[in-house]
Design a protein around this ligand. Structure first.
Ligand SMILES: C[S@@+](CC[C@H](N)C(=O)[O-])C[C@H]1O[C@@H](n2cnc3c(N)ncnc32)[C@H](O)[C@@H]1O
Length: 353
């Protein structure tokens, strides 16, 4: 692939960034910002779900079309601003913890019933495709840290776990989880607990056969402390699964950073309304809100992460190299274009205590 396309993609993202800032100095044109953030995300997201190499030229064309669209957009002047002033904006709930609790309640509620139940297949395929025998889950006592709407807790039960404790500090998420699990067979094996994973009671210490932290460690203010919690809750001889974002110098993370700065001035509830108004599919609304609004979003260097879990005491730290077609580890193995456009953007590990 021509290296030139990747640098042109970086240039196009820069151009979009500058144009929006020029048109909307005060961060008041919320519709423009969220529509742009979504179109940037869409340009990168669609190729990831195709069983063929990503096409950087296609991504570039989409970004350039967007850049031109912004150029034609009227500058936000006082007239427009006074019109906007009449709009009753929902509160922005900018406080970090509160924002995250509310964000995930809202974001997870977007998943359809099928997508909710798909988590089992995703979880199982990621392990199987990495040659991992999942029989360790049969009869296991499990803990799901930052359970959200308990997708993975449900997956563990469906794959044979005897019991799962799902902990989350977002009451909104837990209520959504309860609603979804109500009356199900699986729900009887899941105990949902409202709490902060940094402050778990001693009774959770060293007792679980399997501890899962799917997508939560990278949102914590102190990720190392979060990994220590995972370790502490796992019993000796037990296993843990962790999924985190990983660092790469690709246009992908630059595009996520741009989405974050576009969405920055826009209250989350308003962004949600706009995305629904444009009939953005629920799972993509989830991704948009998740990437754009989480107050903390660490991206780890793979070596750093492996050293960190090993120094905490985990053994047999195994990167899951298989996966499903939109997993970057797999795509980077299959397609050169994806290595440059995205790189490895998330890493999943199974490890033992
Ligand atoms: C990306 S979601 C992942 C949810 C779930 N693990 C899944 O994959 O479906 C991150 C979750 O972690 C929760 N969370 C973040 N920090 C937390 C903390 N300190 N204690 C408990 N839960 C936390 C959030 O509320 C959110 O539901």
């Amino acid at each position: 692939m021509a290296r030139g396309e990747i640098s042109q993609i970086f240039d196009a993202l820069e151009k979009i960034d500058n144009s929006v800032t020029k048109k909307d100095v005060r961060g008041e044109c919320w519709d423009l910002r969220i529509t742009c953030a979504y179109r940037i995300f869409r340009a990168f997201d669609i190729p990831r779900f195709r069983l063929e190499p990503a096409n950087p030229k296609g991504v570039l064309d989409d970004l350039l079309e967007l850049a031109n669209y912004i150029e034609d957009f009227p500058r936000i002047d006082d007239d427009l601003r006074s019109l906007q002033g009449n709009r009753t904006g929902p509160s922005s709930r900018q406080d970090g913890v509160e924002l995250m609790q509310y964000l995930y309640g809202l974001a997870w509620s977007q998943l359809t019933r099928e997508q909710y139940f798909d988590a089992t297949e995703l979880f199982a395929r990621r392990l199987y495709n990495s040659n991992i025998d999942i029989s360790f889950l049969r009869g296991a006592e499990c803990l799901d840290l930052g359970t959200g709407i308990a997708r993975y807790a449900l997956a563990m039960v469906q794959l044979g776990a005897r019991h799962v404790v799902g902990i989350d500090f977002s009451m909104e998420c837990l209520e959504e989880a309860k609603r979804r699990l109500e009356g199900s067979r699986e729900g009887q094996h899941i105990n949902l607990v409202h709490g902060d994973l940094y402050n778990l009671p001693d009774t959770q210490s060293q007792v679980f056969d399997f501890v899962c932290a799917n997508g939560v460690i990278h949102h914590l203010p102190d990720p190392t402390r979060g990994l220590e919690v995972v370790f502490n809750c796992t019993r000796k001889g037990g296993k843990a699964f962790v999924f985190v974002f990983s660092k790469s110098d690709s246009p992908w993370w630059r595009s996520i950073d741009l989405m974050r700065s576009l969405a920055g001035p826009v209250p989350l509830a308003y962004a949600h309304k706009i995305l629904r108004f444009y009939e953005v599919p629920g799972s993509k609304i989830f991704n948009m809100l998740d990437y754009s609004y989480t107050p903390i979003q660490h991206r780890f260097d793979r070596r750093w992460f492996e050293r960190a879990v090993e120094s905490i005491g985990f053994k047999g730290v195994q990167l899951l190299e298989g996966g499903v077609i939109h997993d970057s580890v797999l795509r980077c193995k299959l397609f050169e274009a994806d290595r440059e456009l995205y790189g490895i953007t998330e890493i999943r590990y199974l490890m033992e205590k």
